[in-house]
Design a protein around this ligand. Structure first.
Ligand SMILES: Cc1cc2nc3c(=O)[nH]c(=O)nc-3n(C[C@H](O)[C@H](O)[C@H](O)COP(=O)(O)O)c2cc1C
Length: 193
């Protein structure tokens, strides 16, 4: 690859004041400080239909799902902050990942994911910070051929962890969140230079 690799950052939440959106932006800053360009994808701006097998018969592909798929194709790294819903990932994130695995034309199912590297984060109002949901997300991503960084970072008690500007109040947490972005940037720079 001759051009600089890029990272696509997104949260598994559509919520306007999502703590996971705040968290992924902090991690993205770590990547940007390491010289990698980051784009953001917000599921609030691009709501997708819940995938239903009938769509395949109708040759229908959700336009926002296609936008997401195209964004995935154009980036080499993924930064994902995933809220925990009932000990797992959110429906919004699972649905988006499902759409993106659906091939069109000559594509194979995992073409947009194969060879990508992902860094994972989570924040939730509970004491576990969403770590149980990350286990499921990690497993799904590995199955669709994404290389998931072993390091991850979770922030418990989300409602108290961020200030009004969406920044983590605790300096150590701030550094660790940025570190996920930095590590991801270092890996994709090594892989693609
Ligand atoms: C249906 C549902 C299930 C949830 N399950 C969990 C859970 O298992 N563990 C947890 O820590 N929080 C759980 N929560 C709380 C979410 O983590 C919380 O709403 C979180 O702030 C959402 O992320 P966001 O701030 O990025 O939108 C749940 C919320 C909903 C609506």
């Amino acid at each position: 690859m001759t051009t600089t690799p890029k990272i696509l950052a997104f949260a598994g939440s559509g919520r306007t004041n999502s703590y996971n959106k705040m968290l992924v932006k902090i991690a993205a800053q770590g990547a940007q400080e390491s010289g990698v360009e980051v784009s953001f994808f917000d599921f609030k701006d691009h709501p997708m239909a819940i995938y239903d097998g009938d769509f395949a018969d109708q040759h229908y592909f959700d336009q926002n799902a296609r936008l997401f798929k195209t964004a995935l194709q154009e980036h080499q790294g993924l930064l994902i902050a995933s809220p925990e819903f009932n000990n797992s990932l959110s429906g919004i994130l699972k649905n988006a990942l499902d759409w993106a695995t659906i091939p069109e034309g000559d594509e194979r199912p995992y073409d947009v994911f194969r060879g990508k590297v992902a860094g994972l984060l989570s924040t939730s109002p509970g004491s576990m910070g969403g770590i149980r949901g990350l286990e499921h997300l990690r497993s799904i991503l590995a199955n669709i051929q994404v290389m998931v960084m072993p390091e991850q970072f979770v922030v418990p008690f989300s409602s108290k962890a961020f200030n009004e500007e969406g920044i983590l109040v605790n300096e150590q947490q701030l550094t660790r969140a940025k570190m996920i972005g930095k590590r991801l940037a270092e890996i994709i720079l090594k892989l693609h230079s």
